[in-house]
Structure formats: structure tokens, C-alpha cells
Design a protein around this ligand. Structure first.
Ligand code: LLP
Length: 432
């Protein structure tokens, strides 16, 4: 892991700035993004498609991390964005993100959210269920509007990942099942609608996936579905969106291939299968979240108290925890860390990095060998850019950290630190 970080004078650098300088300037706990890493990954994805001469979209999954600054970067990189709520849509609107590059996902979009999407001319609405087909039709009728849509299908692929983040298996809350004919029924309903233009088909098999086999099976199934629709319903999807889910390296135990290599495999399968079955090769869209924002993020904390239980364990507590990164507690997720002000030291010890929340499960990293930590040292947990801040909470009434974007030696606040006043700003005094 330490090969992936930039170190100068034994100090961790982020985007050309010493992490300790960021900690001093903006305080801790702090979420920092190296913006060039975000850009590089988007560009790497694009290059694969361009090399293969394929129509495509790289649609960033906002749920991994979104804020106005993030949408501004995505816009500069001419990426698309996938959103799953009115809140993400609102943020994209506020950032001036082009609405024709937005895809709207979700298994229970409300009427108000669909209205908002139609009013703002969101580029693609991904239909997830029969109720939604009807609801969107009603919204479009009422507004005398039309919308480009895709059908999300559940391809019955079990990706090898944590069961909470598997999404493509048959028993899933997402999408139309292809095994029981639901996808065909949905197709007919949408083709019969005068208000919806069906652009293609979508599926997503899960997240933090390391094996290419799941994507291969998914792609094969999607091409077979295309062929079936072409033969039975005289409809050929223009776009196939294969979702996201490309796994990233969190610790030295992780050995994923590069995210863009997953995409090459998908493209190769797509080209082989479409040729074999006599279907026109569609535009291929991807929806990566974690692989774009994950490796770009670093969480900075200051060490505080520690507790040694002889022969058992040494705990070192930091000024954050499950409120800014729920993943270890929720999924047993593993991370790597360095002491930002003393990256390499001959003298190390085995410690457990604990959060400050009132819960025993609030452990950020169990058993990690680190240089001896003193109170005030800056601890950097690496690769926290996806599903960290975006899943943050105010548990224990702790304010959420600031988010800083760093690029070319320059840092900027992307999201301000919450204040105690922010924590009570929605609270009302009772009339008692
Ligand atoms: N597209 C769809 C339809 C999705 O549901 C997701 C993730 C993505 C794309 C992006 O997947 P990614 O490339 O980021 O793996 N909170 C969990 C991850 C949940 C993922 C949900 N869907 C975690 O912290 O691991």
C-alpha cells in the first residue's frame, strides 16, 4: 500500500501538500481528496473505450461521494453522473452539471423526485419496477413531456463480494427479473408508452468486485437478452449499461486488476457475444463510483488517548470514527493507515485504531503495525474516498468533517466542517 502514497521527508503528501499542513490549516478530523487521482481514473476509463472505438459514457455513481465540487470536476472531465435521489439531483443542479449527462436510478423514486427529474430534463431515467413505469407515465402525461429511459434488469449473477453489496442476484430488490419474464413484460409496457423512449438496458451486479468472471457472465446474459428482444419484440437496445462495482485496493491483502482492465474485459465480451449472436454492438455505459473517488480520498485524524491491556491489545483513539466512516463497523471493511508525520520508522508497534464514538464496535482498523503514536500525531487512513463521507452521520451529535480538495499543491474547501450550531439548526424548542 505504501508504494501508492507520496512521501517527502517522511511526511505523507496529498496532491503535493503535506498532510500535516492540511491538518493544521483545516483541523481534524478531515476528509481530503487528491483531485488528480479522480481525473486520472476517469480518463483511464475513457481511453479504454476510445481505444476500442466504442460509443460510451463513464457515469460516476454519485452515491460513492457527491458534493458541488465533485460535480464540477466531473463536468470538467466530461463525465456523466448517476444519481439516486432528489438530494443528489439537487446538488448536481446547484453545481451546474449538465442534466443531459445525468442518469436517475433507484428502486423507489417518489412522484416528486420523478417530477423534478422531468422538469430538469434529466438525460436518462432508469426504470426499476412496474409501479415506476406507471408513475413516470402519469408524470409525463401530466406535464405533456417525454423522457429517455432504460430498463434495469436483474441478471441473476452472484458477484463474489459482501452479501450486503451484491445487487445482481435473482433475489434482489432491484430491477426486472429476466428469468421469469418480468423484463419482457416491462419492455412491452415501455414500448407501448408514447411518452417514454427506450434507449437500452441496465444492470449492476455488485460492488468491490475483484473477479472479472461476474462481469463476463453479466455481459453474456445482457447480449442474450438483446438477441431475445430483437427476435421476439423487434427491439434492439442502443445502450447497454453494465453498472459499476470494480474493486479497489484497500490493504496489501487486496490484489484487484486495474479498474480500466475490468472495462476492457467487458468490452471484449460484448464485442465477441454481439458478433456471435448477430446483434449490433451497442454503446456501452459504465457506472463506477468507488474506483473513481475511493483511492483519491484520505481521512486525517489526530491521535488522542490510548489504552494498553497488557498482553492483549493497545488501543489508540482518534478524533473521528464510525460517524465519518461506518464501513469497518458495517461491513467489517479493512483499511491501511500511516502516521502522516512519521511514515517510515524502524520502531513500530501493533495497535488498534479506535474511533471516539460510544460504541465498542467503533474500531477503524484492528491490529495494524504503525510507528509509535504520540498524542497529536496525524493518522491518515488511506483509500477512504468512497462511501465514507457519503455515508457519514451525526451519531453522538458529532459534526461531520470538512472535505478538502487538493490539486497541484493547492488546497480548497469543498465542504465546510459542520459546526455545533449546524447540529441544532433544525431543532425546535417545544412550547412547554
Ligand atoms: N450503479 C449502481 C446501480 C449501484 O447500485 C452502484 C452501487 C454503483 C453503480 C456503483 O458501484 P461501485 O463502482 O461504487 O462499486 N456502501 C457500500 C457500497 C454500496 C454500493 C451500492 N451500489 C460500501 O461502502 O461498500
Amino acid at each position: 500500500m505504501h508504494d501508492d502514497i507520496e512521501v517527502q521527508d517522511n511526511q505523507l503528501m496529498i496532491g503535493g501538500v503535506p498532510a500535516t499542513k492540511l491538518a493544521d490549516e483545516y483541523g481534524t478530523n478531515l476528509q481530503v481528496y487528491d483531485v488528480s487521482k479522480i481525473r486520472d481514473q476517469i480518463r483511464a476509463f475513457k481511453r479504454v473505450f476510445e481505444k476500442n472505438n466504442l460509443e460510451y459514457a463513464v457515469s460516476y455513481a454519485s452515491k460513492a461521494f457527491a458534493c458541488i465540487a465533485m460535480y464540477q470536476v466531473l463536468k470538467q472531465e466530461d463525465a456523466h453522473a448517476d444519481i439516486v435521489s432528489g438530494g443528489e439531483l439537487y446538488t448536481a443542479i446547484k453545481a451546474g452539471f449538465p442534466m443531459d449527462h445525468v442518469s436517475f436510478h433507484g428502486n423507489n423514486k417518489s412522484r416528486a423526485e420523478l417530477e423534478m427529474a422531468v422538469d430538469h430534463h434529466v438525460g436518462m431515467i432508469i426504470l426499476d419496477n412496474f409501479y415506476e413505469i406507471q408513475l413516470l407515465n402519469e408524470v409525463l402525461e401530466a406535464k405533456d413531456a417525454t423522457a429517455d429511459v432504460m430498463l434495469r434488469v436483474s441478471p441473476a449473477v452472484s458477484a463474489h463480494t459482501h452479501e450486503f453489496i451484491q445487487t445482481g442476484q435473482q433475489d434482489s430488490k432491484f430491477g426486472f427479473d429476466i428469468l421469469t419474464g418480468q423484463a419482457d413484460e416491462a419492455l412491452q409496457q415501455v414500448l407501448n408508452s408514447e411518452r417514454m423512449n427506450l434507449k437500452g438496458v441496465h444492470s449492476h451486479i455488485g460492488s468491490q468486485i475483484f473477479e472479472t468472471s461476474g462481469f463476463k457472465i453479466e455481459t453474456e446474459k445482457l447480449v442474450r437478452l438483446m438477441k431475445h428482444w430483437q427476435d421476439e419484440f423487434d427491439y434492439t437496445p442502443e445502450i447497454v449499461n453494465v453498472g459499476g462495482g470494480f474493486g479497489i485496493k484497500y490493504t496489501d491483502d487486496d490484489h484487484p486488476i486495474r479498474p480500466e482492465d475490468f472495462v476492457q474485459q467487458i468490452i471484449t465480451t460484448m464485442q465477441e457475444e454481439t458478433e456471435k449472436l448477430g446483434v449490433k454492438t451497442p454503446a456501452v455505459w459504465i457506472e463506477p463510483g468507488r474506483s473513481i473517488s475511493g483511492p483519491a480520498g484520505v481521512s486525517l485524524y489526530r491521535a488522542g488517548s490510548s489504552k494498553t491491556i497488557p498482553n492483549i491489545r493497545k488501543y489508540v483513539a482518534v478524533d473521528g470514527g464510525m460517524g465519518d466512516n461506518i464501513r469497518p463497523a458495517l461491513y467489517g471493511a479493512k483499511y491501511d493507515a500511516v502516521v502522516a508525520n512519521d511514515v517510515v520508522d524502524d520502531e513500530t508497534e501493533l495497535v488498534t485504531l479506535a474511533g471516539k464514538y460510544c460504541e465498542s464496535g467503533d474500531i477503524l482498523i484492528k491490529d495494524i503495525e504503525l510507528p509509535k503514536i504520540k498524542p497529536g500525531d496525524v493518522i491518515a487512513i488511506l483509500a477512504t474516498g468512497a462511501y465514507g463521507y457519503s455515508m457519514a452521520s451525526n451519531y453522538n451529535r458529532n459534526p461531520r468533517p470538512a472535505v478538502i480538495f487538493v490539486e497541484d499543491g493547492k488546497s480548497q474547501v469543498a465542504i465546510k466542517r459542520e459546526t455545533f450550531a449546524d447540529l441544532v439548526h433544525l431543532d425546535q424548542n417545544l412550547d412547554i
